[in-house]
Design a binder for this molecule. Structure first.
Ligand SMILES: Nc1ncnc2c1ncn2[C@@H]1O[C@H](COP(=O)(O)OP(=O)(O)O)[C@@H](O)[C@H]1O
Ligand SMILES: [Mg+2]
Length: 283
């Protein structure tokens, strides 16, 4: 097999936004197939390249996933590489990017076992509402919004989350409700396409409900996205930079997804071919 397109047992035929990759690789003469990442029957030495795509149970079993990646990386070409997957599956990477000068959504970090008085934080920062989320998460799992009036409940929730690991506490960005977030998708360091996305937090109000492609026109925002790639140090086969507007109107990095981002290939006619060619260049 030339390319194993990695997915998980809950989605054996790949995400519908990204399924077009397999035929696009086929057009280049490559034998590409969906493969379940933790299928013990796979001999990774017979795979020329393994592409992490829809491994969407990995955040539930991060240690196992990171250990698996380390093993597979030695047997075949794994993209993105194991070291990148380890780095990106814990949101502490945001602190590192911030230290390199990237404007990140303001975040207060609570260490494992720690506590934080949310009422005091809201007063000190002048925030009206907070978002709490675990540092190891995806798809808004265990992500909560609390208004000022529920600060005491939020304080208790922080302690509950921190009993399991690091917690991020951020101001609730109201722009999510109208414009959502913007995702810039890069293949091998080159911008492919951009998508407006509604909140993944299902309880959040939203101005639109389906992701849609847009033409990037905001030069400063594009520069922010590119600066994130630079700060990561090397071009990766795939990267999705998610940005959002903060409550003061500035664009902030929300996250960079270089593990298993949905790439919205079906929203841009040229995207499946561009990714397929970037993959072929690695073989
Ligand atoms: N600071 C924030 N303000 C408003 N909504 C947020 C904020 N942070 C997260 N959310 C909501 O939670 C969802 C998931 O958060 P995100 O940081 O993207 O983590 P992940 O995608 O890894 O679960 C977002 O799509 C958004 O709906
Ligand atoms: Mg997200």
């Amino acid at each position: 097999m030339d390319v194993a397109v990695l997915t998980y047992s809950g989605l054996p035929q790949l995400d519908s936004f990204d399924a077009a990759l397999v035929p696009a690789l086929g057009e280049l003469g490559l034998d590409a197939r969906p493969v379940i990442w933790d299928d013990p029957a796979v001999d990774w030495r017979t795979v020329r390249l393994a592409l992490v795509r829809n491994t969407w149970d990995s955040h539930l079993r991060r240690d196992a996933f990171v250990a698996w990646a380390g093993k597979v990386d030695r047997l075949t070409r794994l993209h993105n590489p194991a070291e990148v997957l380890r780095w990106n599956t814990h949101k502490r990477y945001l602190r590192e990017l911030e230290a390199k000068g990237v404007l990140v959504t303001p975040t207060v970090w609570v260490e494992p076992g720690g506590t934080l008085d949310v009422g005091t934080l809201l007063r000190e920062r002048g925030w009206d509402a907070v978002v709490l989320k675990p540092a190891v998460s995806a798809g808004a799992l265990k992500t909560y919004v609390f208004p000022r009036a529920e600060a005491a409940t939020a304080t208790a929730r922080v302690a509950e989350l921190a009993a399991e690991g690091d917690v991020l506490v951020q101001p609730y960005l109201t722009a999510f409700e109208t414009e959502g977030e913007r995702s810039y998708i890069f293949f091998d360091g080159v911008l492919s396409h951009a998508v407006h996305r509604p909140p993944t937090l299902l309880s959040a109000p939203r101005g639109f409900s389906e992701p849609r492609a847009f033409t990037p026109e905001d030069a400063a925002e594009l520069k922010l996205a590119e600066s994130v790639l630079e700060a990561m140090g090397r071009p990766l086969l795939y990267a999705r930079v998610d940005v959002a507007t903060d409550n003061e109107g500035r664009t902030r990095l929300q996250e960079v997804e270089v593990t298993e981002p949905r790439l919205f290939l079906s929203l841009d006619a040229g995207a499946p071919g561009r990714l397929a060619r970037a993959i072929a260049a690695k073989l």
